[in-house]
Design a protein around this ligand. Sequence first.
Ligand SMILES: O=C(O)c1ccccc1NCC(=O)[C@H](O)[C@H](O)COP(=O)(O)O
Length: 295
Amino acid sequence: MGGYNASPGEREASINLAGQGYSRTSIGNPRRLAPLRRLETRLLDLTIFSRTMHNPQCLAETHLRADQVMLRIKICGITSTADARAAVEAGADAIGLNFYRGSKRYVTPEKAQDIVSDLAASVAKVGVFVNSSVSEVNQIAQSVGLDWVQLHGDEPPEFLSQVSSEKHILRVYRLESSELTPVTTDLAACQVSGRMPDAILVDSVVPGEYGGTGKKGSVIHFKRDRIRSQDLLFSMPVLLAGGLTPENVGEAIRDSCPEGVDVASGVESSPGVKDPELVKRFVAEAQYALEQLKR
Ligand SMILES: O=C(O)c1ccccc1NCC(=O)[C@H](O)[C@H](O)COP(=O)(O)O
């Protein structure tokens, strides 16, 4: 293997994949990624199952699928191919493209298509929408090649069942306090109208703004509250957002125990332009804190 030293994780992946007919070269080949992702889902199910057997505290994670977990670290408001590459090289699992015309981070669908076509299939591409019509959301999601639709406006619960079933939905809640009843009430309404989100994002509140404000929200104890309750939040993957930075993301993860985090302002040199160093530090801090949660 010409001097290549696989990390312990890579060696384990090779062992797991060897019996399934996958070689190292197929791991890097995007055309082979779909079957690989299915296999990854099965491996993840097994990992979660064995973790749950040994630690009931992990019960809240039992229903997470591999593609949902891929939203662990999302860098939002990407406006250029260079920024998208920097985010992925730093280790981000997902990038956000903003289709809200009122945002400083707005990208045209044509520009977004350019950015997406440069990225590997394994990176989750999320489109941010604020009160767009459902036909616009579906049309942009299809033409750009989005994996996820992030509903960041005042979309009613019935909106979700009209979003293309080929796209995952990330529903956003702007919360004033750590009280989670508004979330569970809305999730119940989504269920009644026929479609639940695949994950939710909790953002801070700034009157007159929808998101991307750089303002920190209140501390919310997702994991503790979910373990206590059996409601609709129990098995829902949660992304924490709002004023996160490389300096505070670790503490925010330790306080709230979310499945993932999302950032726009905290890793920028100016609105809509990411700072590669800040992105790198943010991802490293978030990865470390998320890994620690699993212990
Ligand atoms: O980023 C924006 O400009 C934006 C505008 C309107 C709606 C949503 C927006 N961003 C969506 C995001 O997911 C942001 O990352 C999230 O709101 C956190 O932003 P920040 O506090 O700046 O990290």
